[in-house]
Design a protein around this ligand. Structure first.
Ligand code: NAD
Length: 349
C-alpha cells in the first residue's frame, strides 16, 4: 500500500500517545520514524513500532524520559539517556553538543543508555543544518550480537553505524554519509523477511556459519549472522565503534558479560566542530563543490546510474515518496495494525 506522509505521521503519533508518550515525544519519535521511511530506510521507520511497543511493555523503554547530562568538562559532554526513546534523547543531546561546538568550536558528546536512536544521519543533519561538521560512532547493546567478526562463523558484534555529515555549500545540499558497518542493516533483513524476499549473495551466514540468502536465519532460535562490509575493514570499524560508543561512554559493549534482554540500546560518541575554526569556510565550500563536480563527472559504467554522493539517494527517495506516498509492505502493515489495535488505536483511512 501507499500512504501519505501526513496520514502516516498522524497514525504513528496516536500509537505513541496511546503507549504513554506525551504529545511532544510522540511527535518527535513519529517524525523520526516517518522520515526514515521517506528517505528509503524502511528498516528504521515504522516497521520498528511493534518491537518498540514490546519494549515499552517490558519496561525497557521509559516514555517521557530524555535523560540528562551526567558530566560536563568544558565542551566535553557525558549524557545518560536513562532508557528514554532514543530519537527524543539523542535530539536533545545533539542540541547540547551543537551549543557547545558553537561556543568553543569543538564538542565531544558521549551518549549512553538511549533506547534505539534510529537513523544516525538525522543527528548529522541536525548539526549540518547549523553549519557544523560532525562524526558519529554508534554501538548497540541489549540484544544478541548479529554480525560475524571477519573470518568468524557466528555473530559477535552489532551492525554499528558510522556517520559523517558535511554542511551544505552554495551549490550542494549537506553531504550525509550514514552507514551500518555490516553489509546490510538488521532492519533490512527484517523487511526482506516480512515481505517474503531473499537478500543478496554474500550478506548472511546461517547458524552453522555457511552462506545463505534466506533472511529467516536471523530470526531462528539459533540465529545466523550478517557479514561486515569491506571484509576486515568494516569489521575493524565496527569493533572501534563498540569501544568508542560503548566503553568510552560507559554505556557497555556487546560481550555476553553485559545484560541481553531483547532490547536495543545505543551508545554514541559524537564529535562536532565549526569548520570556520579550521578553514576559510567560503574557500572550503568552493573546494568541496569543485571536488564533488570532479568526482561525479566520472563517466558512469551504467548510464542509468550516474555517480552520486552520500545523501543523494535519500534526497531522491524523499522527493519521490513525498509526491507518490510511502510504500508499506503487507507484513509490516499487518504487524503495525496489530500493535496499534492492542493499544486501542485504529487506522482511520
Ligand atoms: P545504505 O547502505 O543504504 O547507505 C549508506 C550510505 O551510502 C548513505 O549515506 C547513502 O547516502 C550512501 N549511498 C548509497 N548509495 C550510494 C551511491 N550510489 N553513491 C554514493 N553514496 C551512496 O545504509 P545502511 O548501511 O543500510 O544504513 C541504513 C540506516 O540504518 C542508516 O541510517 C543507519 O544509521 C541506520 N542504522 C542504525 C543502527 C542503530 O543501532 N541505530 C544500526 C545500524 C544501522
Amino acid at each position: 500500500m501507499l500512504i501519505t506522509t501526513e496520514k502516516l505521521q498522524a497514525f504513528v503519533e496516536s500509537i505513541f500517545r496511546a503507549a504513554g508518550s506525551n504529545a511532544g515525544e510522540a511527535e518527535v519519535v513519529a517524525a523520526h520514524l516517518v522520515e526514515a521511511n521517506l528517505t528509503g530506510h524502511d528498516s528504521h521507520g515504522i516497521s520498528l513500532i511493534p518491537e518498540y511497543m514490546k519494549n515499552v511493555a517490558a519496561g525497557n523503554i521509559r516514555p517521557n524520559q530524555v535523560g540528562g547530562l551526567v558530566r560536563r568538562d568544558g565542551s566535553i559532554l557525558v549524557y545518560d539517556g536513562n532508557l528514554g526513546y532514543g530519537q527524543a534523547v539523542a535530539k536533545v543531546a545533539t542540541d547540547l553538543a551543537i551549543d557547545a561546538a558553537r561556543q568553543s568550536g569543538l564538542a565531544l558528546l558521549a551518549l549512553r543508555n538511549a533506547y534505539h536512536i534510529g537513523r544516525i544521519g538525522s543527528y548529522g543533519e541536525q548539526c549540518a543544518a547549523q553549519g557544523l561538521v560532525s562524526v558519529q560512532f554508534v554501538n548497540a547493546i541489549g540484544h544478541q550480537p548479529r554480525v560475524a567478526p571477519h573470518g568468524g562463523r557466528d555473530a559477535r558484534l552489532p551492525t554499528n553505524p558510522v556517520c559523517v555529515a558535511i554542511p551544505a555549500t552554495d551549490r550542494r545540499p549537506a553531504m550525509i554519509l550514514d552507514m551500518a558497518t555490516s553489509k546490510i542493516a538488521q532492519g533490512k533483513v527484517r523487511i526482506a523477511r516480512n515481505s517474503g524476499q531473499h537478500v543478496g549473495e554474500g550478506f548472511l551466514l546461517d547458524s552453522r556459519g555457511e552462506p545463505t540468502t534466506d533472511p529467516q536465519v536471523m530470526f531462528d532460535d539459533v540465529p545466523g549472522s550478517i557479514l561486515s562490509f569491506g571484509e576486515h575493514k568494516g569489521y575493524g570499524l565496527s569493533l572501534v565503534c563498540e569501544i568508542l560508543a560503548g566503553a568510552f561512554t560507559e554505556g557497555t559493549t556487546i560481550h555476553p558479560g553485559n545484560p541481553q534482554n531483547g532490547s536495543a540500546v545505543n551508545g554514541m560518541l559524537m564529535i562536532v566542530f565549526d569548520p570556520a575554526r579550521t578553514s576559510n569556510v567560503e574557500w572550503a565550500r568552493r573546494e568541496i563543490d569543485d571536488l564533488v563536480d570532479y568526482v561525479t563527472a566520472s563517466p558512469p559504467r551504467d548510464p542509468a546510474h550516474p555517480v552520486l554522493v552520500p545523501g543523494d539517494p535519500e534526497r531522491a527517495t524523499k522527493a519521490q515518496r513525498r509526491r507518490d506516498g510511502i510504500p508499506v509492505d503487507d507484513g509490516t502493515w499487518k504487524r503495525l495494525l496489530e500493535a496499534a489495535h492492542e493499544l486501542g488505536v485504529n487506522f482511520a483511512d
